[in-house]
Design a protein. Structure first.
Length: 637
């Protein structure tokens, strides 16, 4: 997010330079780059309060004299009569609507609105949307503007299972699938809540009557929607990190003020809905605990003074957390606030005393040897996110997770690897062999235990070669495979039940998980053949689009032409050709003829491939292959 230096310094009495503000922002943990007179900010996921001018000024008030008060309308406002129903109040516990009608749309902007577009070199949309975008920049609270003349009938908010096309106000058509929080007008989706509105109800340059929606959505209901539907959305970026649920009256009155500075308001009305009383977060004053956590020595007055400057008030021995700081929940969070203000570089170092422990080089060597053995056997290593949403008795809950949907440390590797396998099956992978090595943390009676584990999962074909293509991975197959490779180790494979999995596959899912410490030193006797790659392998995203398979079977009379044909086919390059391998091989010594079958797998990253595209590539392969002496394709006319 880009913030203009001018828009900050205009509210700071000391008039600091851009470099001085930059130093303080870094101290506060707000990473950024300076581009001319612009701060290009990179905010941490749990600091949605700082995605605005007001938010940054609140933090900078610790170091400077800040005046961030803006003019708002103090008029009495009529109650808006709107036909609105909220069917998902737990997701949207607070929402407000403002209706405004102006006499005439202004041709030019002045004041803060003019500075916003000129300083940041932004393109304008229409009067009401421009004010909405500016207020999101100033206050951190996104609002959405509907053309009031297009809102007729019942407006409903609901998290709903969908499968329908939705045209965004940017003109992009997307397919809404599964559960999504949406606004519906007469059962038609007009807004993907917290992300983007529809073209049908959007404002235009001629709009003179607007309905402004100002809402608070639970972040977990918005997280991932903009990525899922590939929609660039400043609003979702803020809603995902949580906005201030108690700012609606101020924001909408600020909206009215900016409108009144540019146009004559004919009529206005406002209504707010509060479905659930939002609990205030209060934390006991305990400056001794803060000193213990950080390793400092401040007194209670200093502690409370720092917090007061950040907007935290002391009420009867309790720290009242401001409504815009949803990330602060406990003493550790308050300690982080104090550490930011003092500056981590200004906290004295203390020697860290670590008790002597046993050397673990041997277990690491065993782990790496197992890794090479699995690579030799055709398995691929995966690294999964260690946080999950499964809350078990032995799980460790994270106080301040980056993702509120994943707030527990996982207690096994099975769930993650099973998700990996299903992900690959749904993308038409027919030979899946995966393993993971990771630490697992569990808690029992207040004691946290760390275990280093290895897990293996496999399903489908044994391999993509003519010897293994027709063989299926089974429990017996894997047991025998590992018995031959590591005869002194015990691999207790199990078959996972597919009944609870949304899949049409019938192949066995074979799984194994154990502690690394269960392996013996005999593992070190294994002699690996796998080597580290010579070149860096660039990551290529996995396509969600369907693939297409074609098979070609060649007859070769001259055995010397077998290698040239194989080299040509396996090295053939095309953007749509994802994989090619030999799936059949037969040497007919009696007829002095070799038959070799190749499978070609086609897939695109951008669009569903057509038969014509595949035919063009296959025709080129066939034409060039048949140029080799004694090579033919049986059955090809």
């Amino acid at each position: 997010m880009k913030i203009a230096y001018k828009h900050l310094v205009n509210h700071i009495q000391e008039n600091p330079s851009i470099e001085m503000i930059s130093d303080k922002l870094f101290q506060l943990g707000h990473e950024h780059e300076i581009e001319g007179d612009i701060f290009n900010m990179e905010f941490t996921p749990n600091r949605g309060d700082c995605l605005s001018i007001n938010g940054l000024l609140r933090d900078l008030a610790v170091f400077f004299t800040v005046n961030s008060n803006k003019k708002i309308s103090n008029e009495n406002i009529d109650t808006l009569n709107i036909n609105f129903t909220n069917l998902s109040q737990e997701i949207c516990p607070v929402i407000s609507f403002l209706k405004l009608e102006v006499e005439k749309i202004p041709q030019t902007y002045s004041g803060c609105l003019k500075d916003y577009f000129s300083e940041l070199n932004l393109n304008k949309n229409n009067f009401f949307t421009d004010i909405s975008n500016y207020l999101s920049y100033e206050t951190g609270q996104p609002t959405h503007c509907y053309d009031a003349n297009k809102i007729e009938g019942e407006l409903v908010f609901q998290e709903k299972s969908l499968d329908c096309e939705f045209e965004t106000l940017l003109g992009k058509k997307i397919r809404l699938k599964d559960k999504n929080p949406v606004f519906l007008l007469n059962d038609e989706v007009i807004n993907l809540a917290g992300v983007i509105g529809s073209m049908n109800t959007s404002c235009t340059k001629e709009t003179t009557t607007v309905i402004v929606e100002c809402a608070f959505f639970k972040p977990e209901s918005i997280i991932g929607k903009s990525i899922k539907y590939d929609v660039q959305s400043e609003a979702s970026h803020k809603f995902e990190r949580s906005v201030d649920p108690k700012c609606h009256d101020m924001v909408l009155r600020r909206f009215i003020n900016i409108v009144s500075e540019h146009a004559n308001i004919i009529e206005m009305s406002l209504i707010s809905y509060n479905y659930h009383e939002l609990q205030e977060q209060k934390i006991p004053v305990n400056f001794q605990k803060i000193n213990e956590i950080i390793g400092i020595n401040i007194n209670e007055d200093e502690y409370l003074s720092y917090l007061s400057k950040l907007g935290f008030n002391n009420e009867d021995g309790l720290i009242k957390v401001p409504s815009y700081r949803s990330d602060v929940k406990n003493q550790n969070d308050l300690a982080e606030e104090i550490a930011r203000v003092i500056g981590y570089n200004n906290i004295n170092r203390n020697d860290l005393i670590i008790p002597e422990c046993k050397r673990i080089y041997k277990s690491k060597e065993i782990e790496n040897k197992l890794r090479y053995c699995l690579l030799d056997l055709g398995f691929h290593e995966v690294i999964n996110f260690p946080f999950v949403n499964n809350d078990k008795d032995s799980s460790i809950k994270i106080d301040n997770p980056l993702d509120s949907n994943r707030d527990n440390l996982r207690i096994n590797l099975k769930d993650s690897l099973l998700n990996n396998l299903i992900f690959n099956e749904r993308r038409q992978k027919d030979s899946i062999k995966l393993f993971e090595i990771s630490d697992i943390y569990t808690s029992a009676n207040g004691v946290i235990k760390k275990i280093r584990k290895i897990a293996i999962i496999a399903s489908g074909r044994v391999g993509h070669n003519y010897e293994d293509f027709s063989k299926k991975i089974t429990k017996n197959y894997l047991s025998e495979l590992f018995k031959n490779s590591l005869p002194n180790e015990k691999f207790d494979f199990q078959v996972l039940n597919r009944d609870s999995i949304d899949t049409k596959k019938k192949d066995e899912i074979v799984y194994f998980e154990t502690n690394i410490e269960n392996f013996s030193n005999k593992v070190m006797e294994y002699r690996e053949t796998s080597k580290s790659p010579d070149n860096f392998i660039l990551y290529r995203p996995v396509s969600d689009l369907p693939s297409s398979k074609r098979d070609l079977s060649f007859s070769i009379k001259d055995i010397d032409q077998c290698k040239p044909l194989e080299k040509f086919i396996l090295s053939y390059k095309d953007d749509l050709l994802r994989d090619v391998f030999v799936f059949d091989f037969y040497n007919n010594e009696k007829k002095q003829e070799i038959k070799i079958g190749f499978r070609f797998v086609f897939q695109s990253q951008n669009a569903t491939i057509t038969d014509a595209e595949v035919d063009n590539i296959m025709n080129d392969i066939i034409k060039r292959a048949l140029e080799l002496n004694s090579v033919s394709i049986p059955g090809l006319s």
